[in-house]
Design a binder for this molecule. Structure first.
Ligand code: FAD
Length: 381
């Protein structure tokens, strides 16, 4: 590893990999990851769904701007298809119909479904539970690993350097540059330490973004990691779920979707957590199974696989993307919440243009209007 770079990106999840790939053609970029492989934390634990109806208006806008990239990625990105069509159905009980109407008002392109129309799409739902639903077409299952590897391949091809097993454990501002201390202990068990200097630090550390802000003396901007649990449930042999939509409670109290012959179920938990290697809690697993039983006629308790990951949110739920106005050269790429994969192409383009001062092109020009909403400056008032 050289010791001086134009830009150091901390964190090789989808946020770090995507912005690093945007920046590498015009700068000397080092991408640092503390784990032995990229994508080990939140990026490798997502439900891999794309929905342009999910999240705040800005999240929806940046996600929508990302859709074309997934549908038709650049030639050098991947040979795989990145987005497999799967509709989403937001379901409501009788007592949730007001919420459903409010949601529909916010996202008018959704189509109202009556109970029969929902049941035709998701036959295991209990008709005593269900009232109506809203249909989103145009969503789908994302190939998360292919997206991550596509960005990493582009990054390396443009001359970028990726170093895994290197944890940044101090960040100091010097005149005109930043000095980062790296701790390789996690991977090699040696106490070897290195120092890297750069003009710009990009904080793309996912759930650790707040901690890194504190290391740089800038505080955590209120970024809060929240744990979310997911399980894979075995379906009875007679049930073919492959064409079911993603089915989600309109108030996001649970969701499920078919995945590789099983049913991915989440209780949609949002438990505040410290930044850590998240593990599923028994209570959340029980909650997921209880919600599934209350909503469907499914008789199963065979859990094949379970995991948890962290989704990290700013206090207002918006992304945190931009230079910190208090210092020179510290860029936040954080607060991706539950949308970091589906929004990655748009967010990386926007972040890249903010770092380099370049104009947004290629169908991403509309992202300019989100600069203020995602700016870290809003969190400093
Ligand atoms: C259960 C679940 C379901 C989800 N479903 C979806 C979905 O369907 N669609 C969607 O778009 N999103 C979904 N998400 C959200 C999505 O996974 C995240 O928004 C996204 O992965 C965040 O990416 P990231 O790169 O910011 O974080 P991460 O992937 O966590 O990457 C951050 C990286 O920084 C590294 N790092 C941290 N500190 C340091 C340091 N000091 N030095 C070096 N490296 C460091 C970490 O090791 C980590 O690899 C889901 C999340 C969960 C948990």
């Amino acid at each position: 590893m050289d010791l001086r770079y134009d830009i150091v990106v901390i964190g090789a999840g989808i946020a770090g990999a995507s912005i690093a790939a945007e920046l590498a053609p015009s700068a000397r970029v080092l991408l640092l990851e503390m784990e032995s492989q990229p994508g080990y934390h939140s990026t490798g634990r997502s439900a891999a769904y794309f929905s342009a109806s999910y999240g705040t208006a800005a999240v929806r806008g940046i996600t929508a701007a990302s859709e074309q990239f997934f549908r038709k990625p650049p030639d050098d990105f991947t040979e795989l298809s990145l987005l497999h069509p799967r509709d989403a159905v937001f379901i409501a009980r009788q007592d949730q119909l007001k919420k459903m109407r409010e949601f529909h008002h916010e996202v008018p392109q959704l189509q109202v479904l009556n109970q029969d129309e929902v049941l035709r799409r998701v036959p295991i739902l209990d008709s005593n539970y269900l009232s109506d639903g809203l249909l989103e077409t145009g969503g789908g299952d994302l190939e998360v690993d292919a997206i991550l590897q596509g960005y990493l391949r582009r990054f390396r091809a443009a001359g970028g350097t990726l170093c895994c097993g290197q944890q940044v454990d101090s960040i100091a501002q010097l005149p005109g540059e930043w000095a980062l201390s790296l701790n390789a202990v996690k991977l090699s068990n040696s106490q070897k330490r290195e120092q890297v200097r750069c003009g710009i630090v990009v904080n793309a550390a996912g759930s650790w973004a707040g901690e890194l802000g504190k290391l740089a003396g800038l505080g955590d901007l209120g970024l809060q990691p929240r744990r979310r649990t997911a399980l894979m449930v075995k379906l009875p042999d007679a049930v073919d779920a492959s064409e079911w939509p993603l089915t989600i409670d309109v108030e996001e109290q649970f969701y499920f979707k078919p995945d590789a012959g099983l049913l991915l179920v989440s209780p949609a938990d949002e438990t505040p957590s410290i930044a850590c290697d998240a593990r599923p809690e028994e209570l959340d697993i029980a909650l997921a199974m209880d919600r599934l039983e209350r909503v469907t006629s499914l008789a199963t308790n065979r859990i094949e696989h379970k995991w948890a990951g962290l989704r990290t949110f700013a206090p207002d739920g918006e992304f945190v993307v931009g230079f910190d106005p208090r210092v020179d050269g510290f860029f936040w790429m954080a607060g991706q919440g539950g949308y970091g994969v589906q929004s990655a192409p748009g967010l990386a383009k926007l972040a890249g243009s903010l770092v380099t001062g370049s104009t947004l092109l290629e169908g991403f020009a509309s992202l300019d209007s989100f600069r203020e909403v995602v700016s870290p400056a809003r969190l400093l008032a």
